[in-house]
Design a protein around this ligand. Structure first.
Ligand code: NAD
Ligand code: 6OD
Length: 488
C-alpha cells in the first residue's frame, strides 16, 4: 500500500507530486499517517486535459461489453487487495475493523460490479410516431457519455461513496476525476493504483488531492472543461459548488446533509425499534448522512424507549479499530469533535436533559489525543431548538414524545432537509399511510440503511438535487441523443 511517507495525485496514468503537502492525521490518536501532495491549479488543469483526451482514445470507442469487463477487473483487483483497502480506510477514519470489512470495502467492489452489469443490459427508448398530418417516423435514443465528470466526495464513507459515483460514470463511458476528502485520501490513492494495475487507460480515471475552497475542489468544480459535477457532502458546500458551476451550466447531482427523523409508534416491536434506532443513530459514530438525530416516540412507550436507548448507548464499546469487540471508533477529526461538542453546549444552553453522554471519554493513553466522543442521548428540547434543526453529524439524538399521527408527520416534515426517515410500527396500514406523507427521498419501515442499489437514492430541499442508484445513475451519467428517422 502506498500509505506511508506521501500520497500523490494520479493524473494521466502517473502518480504526480506537486511539491506542496498537507498532513493526513489519524483520528484515533492524532498521529501523522502520511503527507499528501496537494494538487495545484496546474495539476488540476493537466488532469482535465488528459481526461478530455482520453475521451477520444481507445476508451471512447470501447464497447460497453469491454468497459463492463474492465470494471469487473477493477472489482477483482480490489478484492485481491482487500487487506490494503481495509487498512487504508481504517488508518484515515479509525472505524472499527468489522465495519470497514462488512460495509465500506465490500460496497466499494459491489458498486463496480453492479454498474458494470447494469449498463450491459440497459435498453434504449424507441417510439414509432404518426403525426396528425399522416407522417410516419421512428424515434430512438442513443446514450452517450457526458464527457469529463468531476466526483467530489466526503470523508464519512470514503470508498463507498466515491465508487458509488465513479462506477456508474465510468460504466457510461465518461472519464472521471476524483477529488476525495482531504481527511481521507488513502483509499482513493489505492483505487488509482488498482485502475493502473488492471490497465484502465491514462486519463480515464484521475485523483486530485487537496481541499475545497481555493484548492483542488474549487479548481475542479469551476473548471470550464469539466462537463458534469457529482458531489456528496455538506449542503453549504453544495450551494458553493452550484455557484461555481453556474457560469458554465453543467449537470449536477448532489447528495447533501440531513436532519433525519425516526418515528416510533406505540404499536411497534419495541425491542426491535430500540435496537434499530440505536443503529441508525450510532453507526459510524453517527457520521452517516442517513443517521437519525431526531427521534419521535409515541407517548405510551416514550419512557421505556428512552431507557432502552440509554442502555444501547452505554453498551457501545468505544476504542481502537483493531481491538476485539470495539463497536464505535472516533469522529473523523479534532475539528469535527469540537463541532459536535459545540452542539452539546448549544443543547445545554437550550435546556436539554442529557440522558447519557455529552462529553469526551477519558482513556488515560494516546487515544486522549484522538477525536473520540461519547454516544449521547438528549431529551426535553423543543422542535425549534437549534440542536433539533441543524445537522450535528455525530453519535447523538434527541428523543421527543408525540401524541397523534398527523402531529408527528407535521413535526418530522418541519425541516429544511429531506434525506431519509424511519417508521417503526407493526401496522401495515399505518406504514403505507404515513410513509408517502414524509417529505424525504427515502423512507425505511422497521429498518434502516437496508440498501438495494437499484433504488432511487437522494434527498429533497437542502438534502440534495437528483437521484442516483440503478437506472437513475445511468440516466445522470449519460447524454441521450434522440434520432428521428422519417418512414415512408
Ligand atoms: P464537505 O462538504 O465539507 O466536503 C465534501 C467534499 O467537498 C470534500 O472533498 C471537500 O474537500 C470538498 N469541498 C469543500 N468545499 C468545496 C468547494 N468550495 N468546492 C469544491 N469542493 C469543496 O463534507 P464532509 O464534511 O466531507 O462530509 C460530511 C457532510 O456530507 C455531512 O453534511 C453529510 O450529511 C454529508 N453527506 C451526505 C451524503 C448523502 O448521500 N446525502 C452522504 C455522505 C455525506
Ligand atoms: O449507500 C449508498 O449508496 C449511499 N449513497 C449512502 C450514503 C450515505 C451517507 O453518508
Amino acid at each position: 500500500m502506498n500509505v506511508g511517507p506521501m500520497l500523490k495525485s494520479y493524473i494521466n496514468g502517473e502518480f504526480t507530486d506537486s511539491g506542496q503537502y498537507f498532513d493526513n492525521i489519524n483520528p484515533v490518536d492524532g498521529s501523522l499517517i502520511c503527507k499528501v501532495s496537494e494538487a495545484s491549479k496546474e495539476l488540476v488543469d493537466q488532469a482535465v486535459k488528459s481526461a478530455r483526451l482520453a475521451l477520444k482514445s481507445a476508451w471512447g470507442t470501447m464497447s460497453v461489453l469491454d468497459r463492463a469487463a474492465l470494471l469487473h477487473r477493477v472489482a477483482d483487483r480490489m478484492q485481491e487487495r482487500e487487506a490494503d483497502f481495509i487498512n487504508a480506510e481504517i488508518a484515515d477514519t479509525g472505524k472499527p475493523l468489522a465495519t470497514v470489512k462488512t460495509i465500506d470495502i465490500p460496497r466499494g467492489t459491489a458498486n463496480f460490479r453492479f454498474f458494470a452489469d447494469l449498463v450491459r443490459y440497459r435498453g434504449e427508448e424507441s417510439f414509432r410516431t404518426t403525426t396528425p398530418t399522416g407522417e410516419h417516423a421512428l424515434n430512438y435514443t442513443v446514450n452517450k457519455p457526458l464527457g469529463v465528470v468531476a466526483v467530489v466526495s466526503p470523508w464519512n464513507l470514503p470508498l463507498l461513496l466515491s465508487t458509488w459515483k465513479i462506477a456508474p460514470a465510468m460504466a457510461c463511458g465518461n472519464t472521471v476525476i476524483l477529488k476525495p476528502s482531504e481527511e481521507t485520501p488513502s483509499t482513493a490513492t489505492l483505487l488509482a493504483e488498482v485502475m493502473h494495475e488492471v490497465g484502465v487507460p491514462p486519463g480515464v480515471f484521475s485523483v486530485v488531492h487537496g481541499f475545497g475552497p481555493n484548492s483542488a475542489g474549487e479548481f475542479l468544480t469551476s473548471h470550464e472543461q469539466v462537463d458534469a459535477v457529482t458531489f456528496t457532502g455538506e449542503s453549504a458546500t453544495g450551494s458553493r459548488i452550484m455557484q461555481a458551476v453556474a457560469p458554465t451550466v453543467k449537470p449536477i447531482s448532489f447528495e447533501l446533509g440531513g436532519k433525519n427523523a425516526a418515528i416510533v409508534f406505540a404499536d411497534c416491536d419495541l425491542e426491535d425499534a430500540i435496537a434499530g434506532v440505536a443503529r441508525s443513530t450510532f453507526t459510524n459514530c453517527g457520521q452517516v448522512c442517513l443517521c437519525t438525530e431526531r427521534i419521535y416516540v409515541e407517548r405510551p412507550v416514550y419512557e421505556q424507549f428512552v431507557a432502552g436507548m440509554k442502555d444501547q448507548a452505554e453498551s457501545l464499546r468505544i476504542g481502537r479499530p483493531y481491538d476485539e469487540g470495539v463497536t464505535m471508533g472516533p469522529l473523523i477529526s479534532k475539528g469535527h469533535q469540537q463541532k459536535v461538542l459545540s452542539y452539546f453546549d448549544i443543547a445545554r444552553s437550550e435546556g436539554a436533559t442529557f440522558i447519557t453522554g455529552g462529553g469526551v471519554p477519558a482513556f488515560g493513553d494516546d487515544r486522549d489525543q484522538g477525536a473520540f466522543i461519547e454516544p449521547t442521548v438528549l431529551c426535553d428540547l423543543g422542535d425549534d431548538a437549534r440542536f433539533n434543526r441543524e445537522e450535528v453529524f455525530g453519535p447523538v439524538c434527541h428523543i421527543a414524545p408525540f401524541d397523534a399521527e398527523k402531529e408527528v408527520v407535521d413535526r418530522v416534515n418541519d425541516t429544511v432537509y429531506g434525506l431519509a426517515a424511519c417508521i417503526w410500527t407493526q401496522s401495515l396500514d399505518r406504514a403505507h399511510r404515513v410513509a408517502p406523507q414524509l417529505e424525504t427521498g427515502i423512507v425505511w419501515v422497521n429498518t434502516w440503511y437496508l440498501r438495494d442499489l437499484r433504488t432511487p437514492f437522494g434527498g429533497v430541499r437542502l438534502s440534495g438535487i437528483g437521484r442516483e442508484g440503478g437506472l437513475h445513475s445511468l440516466a445522470f451519467y449519460s447524454e441521450p441523443t434522440n434520432i428521428c428517422i422519417k418512414l415512408k
